[in-house]
Design a protein around this ligand. Structure first.
Ligand SMILES: Cc1ncc(C[n+]2csc(CCOP(=O)(O)OP(=O)(O)O)c2C)c(N)n1
Length: 343
């Protein structure tokens, strides 16, 4: 990787794609689950893109492509009582936490019955039973919220680990710093995944920060820090699981920078024309799903026809969810006020 004159990083297309780092902790059944959830994320994404083109999904439609291994592998490392605070490219983690496709579709289409009562078309909902606390829009603001959640659990003697996510852009906010510093000082078992997908909107890493690695900041906070390949789902799982158990046992938080690429524009309105073509080509070779499919086949876990069958069944799951959600009306406008005013 070297900087170019315009400050964009150029990725070497001749660099070989590394083999998946096989985890010693996963069973083949769990591997199948990881793959299943990554395909759910990919198919949900494709469904949302189509709905956006058809004028049926409004507002920002944020692609998940490229982030599936990070979102799924990290959430899969959490225990049964742990808490998830996902961001806008982490639909895969919602699926790991058993979010239902039909409910997610209602939420994303802002229909009646959506968990934000139609006031939102992305993932700002909370599902207390499922332990999912969806994203706070103001970048960085969710880190102190997640830290506070862990602190409250600690004070109640109900220890949990929380995992939250932030982009490379969001990691440059004041609240990122305050939240990670607070969690480190208070010994709160919080895992912060920094999804370094190279761009924040149209700003490349080179105009966002001067550090070599975002995880290098950990030494300044007194927490653990790792930078890992975010396109290898087993590696992401392994490293996150280590960090989760370390945090559970010591109370020391971790910053995990996952290297990925945002494979589309910031949202569907943005054609990402400012990204060099070679950058997309480099990361397309590292597509998390393609890499894992090659691995699963080489391990004899799935054949090509198994893979085709799984994709067809998940694509049907998405189609059924769309048909269901499109039939449902938008909620009455007064519903929106209920989340704002106490009557
Ligand atoms: C404090 C704040 N500033 C600006 C925005 C508007 N905004 C939303 S997403 C985004 C880019 C985020 O980039 P990054 O954190 O790298 O995440 P990515 O979308 O690339 O995954 C911006 C500027 C915001 N939501 N909050």
């Amino acid at each position: 990787m070297q900087p170019t004159k315009n400050g964009h990083k150029v990725f070497d297309l001749n660099e070989p794609v590394p083999a998946i780092k096989k985890s010693e902790k996963l069973t083949n059944e769990q591997r199948k689950q990881l793959y299943f959830h990554m395909i759910q994320a990919r198919e949900f994404d494709l469904a949302m893109q189509r709905l956006n083109r058809q004028g049926k999904a409004f507002g920002g439609v944020y692609s998940q492509k490229g982030n599936e291994a990070t979102a799924v592998g990290s959430a899969f490392a959490l225990g049964p009582k742990d808490i998830l605070f996902p961001m806008h490219r982490d639909i895969g983690s919602h699926f790991v936490f058993k979010a239902e496709t039909k409910q997610l579709m209602l939420n994303h289409l802002a229909k009646d019955g959506s968990q934000m009562r139609g006031t939102d078309g992305t993932g700002h909902y909370a599902d207390v039973e499922k332990r999912i606390y969806g994203n706070v829009s103001h970048l960085g603001a969710m880190i102190p919220v997640a830290a506070g959640f862990v602190m409250a659990s600690k004070m109640r003697n109900e220890p949990i680990v929380a995992m939250t996510y932030i982009g490379d852009g969001g990691a440059q906010t004041g609240e990122f710093h305050e939240g990670v510093n607070f969690a480190s000082v208070q010994k709160l078992p919080l895992i912060v995944i920094i999804e370094n997908n190279q761009y924040a909107y149209s700003s490349p890493n080179s105009v966002e920060f001067a550090a070599e690695r975002l995880s290098d900041r950990a030494i300044g906070y007194g927490c653990y820090g790792y930078t890992i390949d975010g396109t290898d789902v087993e590696l992401v799982f392994d490293e996150c699981q280590k960090a989760v158990e370390q945090a559970r046992n010591t109370g020391i938080p971790a910053l995990i920078e996952t290297m990925t690429m945002r494979m589309r524009g910031h949202a569907e309105h943005d054609d990402a024309g400012y990204v060099p073509k070679e950058t997309f080509e480099y990361w397309e070779q590292r597509d998390p799903i393609k890499r894992y499919e090659d691995f699963l086949q080489s391990e004899g876990i799935y054949t090509q026809s198994d893979i085709a069958e799984i994709k067809a069944s998940i694509s049907k799951e998405m189609k059924d969810a769309i048909d269901y959600a499109l039939e449902i009306p938008y909620p009455p406008a007064e519903e929106g006020k209920k989340l704002v005013f106490v009557s």
